[in-house]
Design a protein around this ligand. Structure first.
Ligand code: ZN
Length: 149
């Protein structure tokens, strides 16, 4: 089983790297959609921004703070969904959730598979899915939500 151990180390390295140097870690200006996400179990707090033109997610970014899993997952997500159609993002959101909670996802999720080990730690699943839930909320809500203050 040494091969499995090596794979695991590689996955951890990718997660550490994305935690140390999160990709697309900034406010997106201008953006058409944004949402806040909070995982009180761990204290993870994220804001996800998206610029959607037609049905294409042209750009996506995030800011916030949290544990390594939540940040790495958000960072990997921004890389994965940039340029996708919103319908594809929704499919990927569903498949990510399946990968993190079920033994066998329907398809190969490429680089996002580095997060598959989280499945063995149910308490961390919310950390890994936080950014995805937040993006989902951002792109499914009306683009110009009025703020009262
Ligand atoms: Zn967390």
């Amino acid at each position: 089983m040494s091969g499995f151990g090596d794979l695991r180390e590689l996955y951890q390295e990718v997660i550490f790297d994305h935690n140390r140097k999160p990709r697309n870690f900034h406010v997106l200006d201008p953006c058409t959609h944004q949402a806040d996400g909070h995982n009180p179990l761990c204290g993870d707090q994220l804001t996800v921004y998206a610029r959607v033109a037609g049905d294409v997610v042209e750009d996506v970014s995030f800011i916030g703070h949290g544990c390594a899993i939540s940040k790495a997952s958000a960072s990997l997500m921004t890389e994965a969904v940039k340029g996708m159609k919103t319908g594809e993002v929704e499919n990927l959101f569903r498949d990510m959730h399946a990968m993190l909670t079920e033994a066998h996802p329907d398809r190969d999720l490429g680089k996002l598979e580095v997060l598959s080990g989280v499945r063995e730690f149910p308490a961390r699943v919310k950390c890994a899915t936080l950014a995805w839930h937040t993006l989902h909320n951002a792109i499914t809500q009306a683009s110009e939500t009025a703020k009262t203050e």
